[in-house]
Design a protein around this ligand. Structure first.
Ligand code: NAD
Length: 408
C-alpha cells in the first residue's frame, strides 16, 4: 500500500458503551464493515440489541427501508477478542477515559494489526502523543473525536499527534466525508479545540453559581443568546458524574470550590437526565428539564458554606463572562496553532456545542464586536477579577492592526 492511500474497508471499534454504539452505527451507515469488541460480553450483547432497535425504529419512522436496515446491521459483527480484528484497516478505541488503559490497548493492537492499519482514539481530552508512544507506528495514530450521540452529531475533531503522517490525516478526512461529518483538524492539547474552550466557559458558569446565580438563570441567559442548551442543561445530558468519576480515577483533587455543587449532586446520585435528576428534575421517560428548588437550595448551601457573599448576577454578566472566556481561549488555541483557522473553531462550536448558528460561532461573534472592543472588555474583567482574564496576545495584536480573527 502506498503511503498516501489508506483504503478503509474493514473497521473495528473497541468499546460498546455510549460512544462505541454511535460510532459503530456511523460506520455501518456509511457502508463500512465493523468488528466490535468489548471486554464485557453483556455490554456488547446489549449494544448490538440497541443498534438493531435503532435501525428498527428508523424503519418504523420511514427513514430507511427494511433492506437498508438489514444491510446496515449485517455490517456489524461482534468479535470475541482482539485476534478477530487483526485484518482491520482502522481501529477506533472508545473505552473508559483512562490513559493507562488506552496505552495498554494500543500496545496490544500494534502488535496484532497489519502494519498499514490506522489506530484512532475517541478520547475527549487525553494526550494523543502519549497514546501513540505505546505503539511502534505513531505516524498512524490519531484522535477521532466523535460527539454524543455519534451517529447524529455532525462534528468530528480529527486530532493530529506530533508524529501523525499527512497520509493518515488525509485518510481520516476522507473517512469523515464518507461518514457525512463536518471534520475539523485539531492539534494535540488537553481537550483539543472544543473541550479545551469549554473548560473556562463552564468554569465561569460554575463560579457564578457560587457568587449568586442559579443554574436556571445561567442557562436562561445563554439560551436567550441562542445556545441550544445552557451549560447546566448540557451537563445533565452528558452526565454530571463523568468528570466526577474521571477526577476520582485520576486521583485528582475534589476540593476546588467551583466543583462542589457538582460533587454534592453526584453524591446524591443526581447524575443528570439518565438518573431522572441532576441540575434539573426529569419526569420518568421525559427529557424535559424542570426547575428543581432543591437544587437552588443546594447551590445556596454550598456557596454560603464556602463563605461567598451572594449578589444579584444579571444575564449581561453571565453572557459577558461565558462568551469572553470562550473567545479568549479560542484566541490562545489559534495563536498556538492548535486550530488552523478561526473558522475551524467556529465550525467546532456550531456543530458540536450548540453555539447559535446566526452568530457564526464564537470567533465570528468576536469579530462582529470588534477585537478592540473585546480586548477592552477582557482588560476590564482582568482588573475586576484577576489574571485569568489577561487577553490572549493575538487579540491585542489583531486589535492594534484593526483586524479580526478572520483576517489572519
Ligand atoms: P462508556 O463507559 O459508556 O463505555 C466504555 C466501554 O468500554 C464499556 O462498555 C466497557 O466495558 C468497555 N471497555 C472497558 N475496557 C475495555 C477494554 N480493555 N477492551 C474493550 N472494551 C473495554 O464510555 P463512553 O461514554 O462511550 O466513552 C468512551 C470514550 O469516548 C472515552 O474516552 C470518552 O472520554 C470519550 N467520549 C465520550 C463522550 C460522551 O459524551 N460520553 C463524548 C466524546 C468522547
Amino acid at each position: 500500500m502506498s503511503q498516501t492511500s489508506f483504503d478503509i474497508q474493514q473497521a473495528a471499534v473497541i468499546g460498546a458503551g455510549t460512544m462505541g454504539r454511535g460510532i459503530v452505527m456511523c460506520l455501518a451507515n456509511a457502508g463500512v464493515s465493523v468488528h466490535w469488541v468489548d471486554t464485557n460480553p453483556q455490554m456488547l450483547e446489549q449494544a448490538l440489541a440497541t443498534v438493531a432497535e435503532t435501525y428498527a425504529h428508523n424503519v418504523r419512522q420511514g427513514r430507511i427501508d427494511q433492506a437498508e436496515a438489514d444491510a446496515r446491521l449485517a455490517r456489524v459483527s461482534a468479535a470475541a477478542d482482539y485476534a478477530e480484528i487483526r485484518n482491520a484497516d482502522l481501529v477506533i478505541e472508545a473505552v473508559y477515559e483512562n490513559l493507562e488503559l488506552k496505552q495498554k490497548i494500543f500496545r496490544e493492537l500494534d502488535g496484532l494489526l497489519k502494519p498499514q492499519a490506522l489506530l484512532a482514539s475517541n478520547t475527549s481530552a487525553l494526550d494523543i502523543d502519549a497514546i501513540a508512544a505505546a505503539t511502534k507506528r505513531p505516524e498512524q495514530v490519531l484522535g477521532l473525536h466523535f460527539f454524543s450521540p455519534a451517529h447524529i452529531m455532525k462534528l468530528l475533531e480529527i486530532v493530529r499527534g506530533a508524529q501523525t503522517s499527512q497520509a493518515a490525516l488525509d485518510a481520516a478526512l476522507i473517512l469523515g466525508k464518507r461518514l457525512g461529518k463536518v471534520s475539523v483538524v485539531s492539534g494535540n492539547c488537553h481537550g483539543f479545540i472544543g473541550n479545551r474552550m469549554l473548560h473556562p466557559y463552564v468554569l465561569e458558569a460554575r463560579k457564578m453559581l457560587l457568587e449568586g446565580a442559579y443554574p436556571q438563570q445561567v442557562d436562561a441567559a445563554l439560551q436567550g443568546f441562542g445556545f441550544a442548551m445552557g451549560p447546566f442543561r448540557m451537563y445533565d445530558v452528558v452526565g454530571i458524574d463523568l468528570e466526577w468519576r474521571a477526577r476520582e480515577l485520576a486521583g485528582k483533587g475534589q476540593d476546588a470550590p467551583e466543583i462542589q455543587v457538582d460533587n454534592r449532586l453526584c453524591e446524591m446520585g443526581r447524575f443528570g437526565q439518565k438518573s431522572g435528576n441532576g441540575y434539573y428534575h426529569y419526569e420518568p421517560g421525559s427529557r424535559q428539564a424542570e426547575h428543581d428548588p432543591e437544587v437552588d437550595a443546594l447551590v445556596l448551601r454550598v456557596s454560603e458554606g464556602l463563605g461567598f457573599q451572594r449578589r444579584e448576577i444579571g444575564p449581561e454578566e453571565i453572557l459577558e463572562r461565558c462568551l469572553l472566556a470562550l473567545v479568549n481561549e479560542g484566541a490562545k488555541i489559534l495563536q498556538e496553532g492548535i486550530a488552523e483557522s478561526a473558522h475551524d473553531i467556529d465550525l467546532v462550536y456550531l456543530n458540536g456545542y450548540g453555539f447559535p448558528a446566526d452568530k457564526g460561532g464564537p470567533m465570528a461573534w468576536a469579530d462582529q464586536q470588534g477585537l478592540a472592543d473585546i480586548h477592552q472588555r477582557l482588560l476590564a474583567l482582568e482588573t475586576r477579577q484577576g489574571e485569568q482574564w489577561k487577553p490572549a496576545r493575538l487579540i491585542g495584536e489583531l486589535a492594534a492592526q484593526g483586524k479580526g480573527f478572520a483576517d489572519r
